[in-house]
Write a protein that binds this ligand. Structure first.
Ligand SMILES: [Zn+2]
Length: 354
């Protein structure tokens, strides 16, 4: 199971030992359990020949969300563990996509983003600052109109809770994780570890490439058609790199045009504004905002993030709180995000309008 989903581009974690008669794993947003349905000795290792009937065929149970205590299970899908790897991934992918689509269709928008006013379910708007009253959509986290102090630690906890407990989490929150994780690095991981008490920071804070990215349920850019309902940021970045190897050059050309630089000017000491360490976050924004546009038809797409919502002062506040080595207030950071996300989105065939 682990190698099958890993080969399909999913981030997969596992406990690595049997407990309570089950082997637990975490492929993407799912919790998977493997056990022998008829096993009577409930806490035996399911492969312990002395205590368990090894002729009983083991079974996988895939559950979403991963933690369903507060929200209930949106998906419980059982598959015989004798299913071949490719069929296993295909079947579970289809079940996950269907469950997410059905749950999203049930959502009611009862609240508005404090900054842009777009309507969302109340539980999907989160607080990026020290103020409890300012709750925003994924596009407005780094907006310049947020006048309270940045609080990325709390935001990180809130996004992780949503990812773990809500199968309908707006796709765009993954982009915010990617930016905080790419910007923050190890310093932010330490910060989260100290602030969290019993909470262990998710793996994607240490390695943003392990982050789960939801992919568009409907028609997709050619670069992403080989992937399932979602994939690791690593797999998404690789797929886009292969399909569009010239994206960094396109970014530099687009930015030169924005800055009205003369392409024929032989000036050789022109500054390269691309912040390479943020490039995975740029990909995460472009792809997950494209997904969110498709998953919330009838709503304004979140591309308005490209209209001054990567504000240098707000980014500087967040990056300082993260302990980042990057100057979040530098023009390079804002240029990389704004022009980068627009360039990648357009290369994927999406019209951002900005
Ligand atoms: Zn908003």
């Amino acid at each position: 199971m682990i190698s099958a989903f890993s080969a399909a581009g999913w981030p997969v974690e596992s406990d690595g030992f049997a407990e309570g008669g089950q082997w637990a794993g975490y492929p993407g947003p799912l919790w998977s359990l493997m056990s022998r349905p008829s096993q009577e000795d409930w806490d035996a290792d399911p492969d312990d020949a002395d205590r368990v009937d090894l002729t009983a065929v083991p079974e996988f149970t895939f559950i979403a969300p991963r933690i369903s205590i507060n929200t209930g299970e949106a998906m419980v899908h059982r598959v015989p563990a004798t299913t071949g790897p490719a069929d296993l991934v295909a079947e579970v992918s289809a079940a996950l996509a269907q469950a997410r689509g059905q749950e999203i269709a049930k959502l009611a928008d009862a609240a508005s983003c404090s900054i842009c006013g777009d309507r969302y379910p109340k539980q999907h708007l989160l607080a990026p600052t020290t103020s409890d009253k300012l709750t925003v959509c994924p596009a407005c986290v780094f907006d310049g109109d947020l006048f309270a102090a940045a609080h990325p630690t709390r935001l990180a906890f809130e996004i992780d809770r949503l990812i773990n407990e809500d199968l309908t989490v707006p796709a765009g929150w993954s982009a915010v994780v990617a930016l905080l994780a790419c910007g923050g690095g190890e310093a932010f991981v330490d910060h989260l570890g100290q602030a969290g008490g019993l909470y262990l920071p998710a793996e994607h804070w240490s390695d943003p490439l392990l982050l789960w990215i939801w992919l568009p349920p409907g028609p997709r850019p050619a670069a992403l058609t080989a992937l399932g309902p979602g994939a690791s940021l690593k797999a998404v970045v690789a797929a886009i790199d292969i399909a569009h190897p010239d994206l960094r050059e396109r970014f530099r050309a687009a930015l030169a045009e924005d800055l009205e630089e003369d392409p024929d000017d032989p000036q050789t000491d022109r500054e390269d504004y691309l912040v390479e360490s943020l490039w995975p976050a740029v990909i995460a924004y472009a792809v997950s905002f494209g997904t969110q546009s498709q998953e919330r038809p009838g709503h304004r797409p979140p591309w308005h993030v490209l209209s001054d919502s990567f504000e240098p002062g707000t980014l500087a506040d967040h990056f300082e709180e993260l302990g980042s080595e990057l100057d979040g207030g530098s023009l390079a950071v804002t240029f990389t995000l704004e022009t980068g996300v627009r360039t990648v989105a357009e290369a994927l065939g999406w019209t951002t309008g900005f």
